[in-house]
Design a protein. Structure first.
Length: 94
């Protein structure tokens, strides 16, 4: 299994746009083969910080996910929503 964590620090003015787009991505991603989990969490210490936790069966599932139209659309817009580049952590779990 592969675990992906993505940290987003969202601009207050883009909060609603971020949530709208990322919820489309979440709904779409959960339908993908090999997706074992795809959840967004809001920080309790910083209301504009979000962490996406993704669980994928294998690298092939991630590669297919990287072609998801909702992911591609979100990736094009994410710079408009955040105060800094998102931080990604990828870990293989046995």
């Amino acid at each position: 299994m592969i675990l992906v964590n993505a940290i987003f620090d969202v601009k207050e003015s883009e909060f609603d746009n971020f949530l709208n787009d990322i919820n489309k991505l979440i709904d779409s991603s959960k339908q993908e083969e090999g997706c074992l989990g795809y959840e967004l969490y809001q920080s309790t210490s910083s209301e504009n910080r979000f962490v996406m936790i993704e669980n994928w069966a294998d690298q092939a599932a991630i590669e297919k996910h990287n072609q998801n139209p909702e992911l591609l659309a979100f990736a094009q817009n994410v710079a408009n929503y955040v105060t800094a580049k998102p931080v990604l952590h990828v870990t293989e779990v046995n």
